[in-house]
Write a protein that binds this ligand. Structure first.
Ligand code: ADP
Ligand code: MG
Length: 254
């Protein structure tokens, strides 16, 4: 690891977000360094998705700062942050189910290219953009499924497609909120292998419940409980951390 010398790609300081009386995130400080996977774990309702949305710009923070390559993200909306390279969360809901896998990726490539939806038809004839989209599908192992409507893809394949879309946006950071959710063991294993390589392209802030995946992938783990980071460290440090075991891992820790 290069923490000692490298500057953080993403630096979050003293971030807060409340919903009414509920403190969803409560003084969160964390950093993401080049080449690393930083996993964020914690029980349901701990504030993990809220934090991801604060970073992506979906939620405005009540307090604190987010710096991305040294630039203060305050006041920047979702689209502006995405253009700066802050990769958005994967969400099944972002797929256009009636469109083919290839068209779904094209929409992303197109949005990055800056053209508008109105020119969708002509973009589908743009060989260069089509080739780019096919490369993204091939990277996630969906090249044979390019012409299948997203609605007919299996759950695992849809998640692969979401990753192809994220890749098409060529972010400088990946913010992944439970990418393994709903995947079978084989899908999770494939995605784990894929994410392992992906960190070379851009560092990953990974929210994930699948502890096998987290323990095998993470360079560092932060544990969020009731909106607060109660521990941050290497896999071994977190596995052996008494407060973490008590608050979160319970008897399941191995
Ligand atoms: P996690 O992803 O760790 O399961 P969330 O960030 O989704 O947790 O939620 C943290 C807490 O904030 C929960 O109690 C949740 O109900 C609440 N919460 C999240 N988003 C909203 C919202 N938009 N409005 C009100 N409460 C919210
Ligand atoms: Mg969540």
């Amino acid at each position: 690891m290069t923490e000692d010398t490298a500057l953080p790609v993403l630096s979050i300081k003293n971030l807060y977000k409340s919903f009414g009386a509920l403190k969803a995130t409560d003084d969160v400080t964390l950093e993401l360094y080049p080449g690393e996977i930083h996993a964020l774990i914690g029980p349901n309702g701990a504030g993990k998705s809220t934090l991801i949305k604060q970073i992506s710009g979906d939620y405005q923070s009540d307090n604190g700062s987010i710096h991305f390559f040294g630039q203060d993200m305050a006041g920047m909306g979702v689209a502006e942050r995405a253009r700066a390279g802050l990769g958005r969360t994967f969400q099944v809901s972002s797929l256009a189910l009636e469109f083919s896998a290839l068209r779904n990726v094209m929409l992303a490539v197109q949005s990055k290219a800056g053209s508008s939806f109105r020119f969708f038809k002509s973009v589908m004839n743009d060989k260069r953009l089509l080739d780019q989209a096919r490369v993204m599908l091939a990277k996630v192992g969906l090249e044979d499924r390019a012409d299948i409507p997203a609605a007919e893809l299996s759950h695992g394949e849809r998640r692969q497609l979401e990753i192809a879309i994220a890749l098409a946006l060529d972010p400088k950071v990946f913010l992944l909120d439970e990418p393994m959710a709903g995947m079978g063991p084989e899908g999770s294993k494939n995605l784990t292998n894929f994410l392992d390589g992906l960190r070379k392209q851009a560092p990953i802030l990974l929210v994930e419940h699948d502890m096998d995946a987290v323990f095998s992938l993470a360079d560092r783990i932060s544990v969020l409980v009731y909106g607060r980071i109660i521990a941050s460290g290497t896999v071994d440090e977190i596995r052996g951390h008494p407060a973490v075991r008590e608050a979160y891992l319970g008897g399941e820790a191995t």
